[in-house]
Design a protein around this ligand. Structure first.
Ligand SMILES: *Cc1c(COP(=O)(O)O)cnc(C)c1O
Length: 315
């Protein structure tokens, strides 16, 4: 793998094209020929789908001569982490507006972000609710003028354009013809971006990892329509939040543990681990000997990153 050493679209596309696909052989997924696209490897720090959401934002910020990137998120936000790393790498100052009081000890993710040079500003959860209002940055007391604002999770039109690019790269580089593609959803933007770029012979499944399936479905559909038409219809699978956002059950922990022992694959517990667990449960419940191994469905799971967040669940 090449790392993202320069801020250019060509270099980014080259890196995206060289992301490996890993074929998984594990009894956890009966009847499925599972492949994982390892976008966690696109860069060790600017990792996963957040890299794709950032690329066009960073290019636009540079083109407009902005010297600072301002964004917001929670204490374990993968987007905050990736933005801080990208700022350090490509020469932007970064400001992270963080939901909630400053804790006595920062999360490992926020410690990284500070180490990458991000200025952290903590604000109350009440003010944070206004994060989509134009007055938000002013309310947190940020008065720099030459900044580019990226919303929570990288969820803006340029973020969606980056995920559209990911979908095109997948169309180009897939080692086999996939019947299904699965992606873990937070805002639903990644699902929507892919729906706008995939060929329509693939079933595109989104697994919401929080209890907001309806909102995620409509966000995905509107992002995809904003990017192109016609689009692949994204299908939302329910039951993948396993108790709610960032809730970790014993079953989830055991599942990701066996997956890493059996197949050497490490998945985070907030996003991709949950999507994979739902896939495994569904595969086991619909598995019939007669249909296996003939006609095994070829399924792509996107490893959208988040491994740096595992440190939050070691307790
Ligand atoms: C942010 C994130 C997602 C969700 O992406 P959305 O575009 O918000 O749906 C999925 N997986 C990982 C690892 C993430 O960090």
């Amino acid at each position: 793998m090449r790392y993202l050493t320069e801020l250019s679209l060509d270099a980014f596309i080259t890196a995206a094209r060289s992301v490996p696909y890993q074929q998984i052989s594990s009894e956890l997924f009966p009847g499925i020929d599972l492949w994982i696209r390892r976008d966690d490897l696109i860069d060790p720090l600017i990792s996963g789908n957040k890299a794709y959401k950032l690329i066009y934002n960073l290019l636009e910020a540079r083109a407009q001569g902005k010297d600072t990137i301002v964004t917001c998120g929670g204490a374990w936000s993968n987007h905050i982490h990736a933005t801080a790393a990208a700022g350090q790498r490509f020469g932007f100052k970064t400001v992270g507006i963080i939901r909630g009081e400053r804790p006595p000890v920062l999360s490992a993710m926020l410690q990284d972000a500070e180490r990458f040079g991000m200025e952290l500003r903590f604000i109350s959860r009440i003010v944070y609710r206004e994060r989509e209002q134009p007055t938000f940055i002013g309310k947190v007391g940020y008065i720099g003028s030459n900044h580019w604002f990226i919303p929570e999770g990288g969820a803006n039109a340029l973020g969606a354009k980056g995920v559209h690019l990911l979908g095109r790269v997948i169309n180009e580089t897939s080692p086999v013809r996939f019947d299904e593609c699965w992606v873990a959803c937070g805002t639903g933007l990644t699902l929507g971006g892919l729906a706008s770029s995939f060929k329509n012979d693939v079933l595109l499944y989104g697994v919401p990892v929080l209890k907001a399936e309806k909102a995620i479905q409509s966000a995905a559909v509107s992002w995809s329509r904003a990017l192109s038409s016609p689009v692949v219809h994204p299908r939302i699978l329910e039951g993948g939040h396993f108790g709610g956002y960032a809730k970790v059950t014993d079953e989830l922990r055991e599942f990701t543990g066996s997956l890493s022992r059996q197949a050497g694959v490490l998945l985070d517990l907030v996003y991709v681990g949950k999507a994979a667990l739902l896939m495994s449960q569904r595969a086991k419940s619909s598995f019939q000997d007669a249909s296996w191994p003939i006609n095994r469905r070829k399924v792509l799971l996107l490893q959208t990153g988040g491994l740096q967040g595992i440190r939050g669940h070691c307790a």
